[in-house]
Write a protein that binds this ligand. Structure first.
Ligand SMILES: [Zn+2]
Length: 75
């Protein structure tokens, strides 16, 4: 019985240690490795990878040249 309690305490300690260790290791961004950030078109709101989106000078993203010309906001 004594060993069972000791084993449970060890398990609880290990579990607590794992929980405390896991927290700071969480990446600051929630993106998995190798996956690109998705941004929304400022005109129509369609999401696409940031590398495939067009940008204007103001840091806004657009899905196409047409939407870049039309600018932010819906028609
Ligand atoms: Zn668009």
């Amino acid at each position: 019985m004594k060993y069972l309690i000791l084993m449970l305490l060890a398990l609880a300690g290990w579990w607590l240690w794992r929980r405390l260790q896991g927290r700071p290791q969480a990446p600051s961004s929630c993106l998995p490795a190798g996956e690109e950030a998705m941004v929304a078109c400022s005109h129509c709101g369609v999401y696409g990878p940031v590398s495939e989106m067009l940008t204007d000078g103001g840091g806004l993203h657009y899905c196409s040249e047409a939407h870049r010309c039309l600018g932010p906001g819906r028609c």
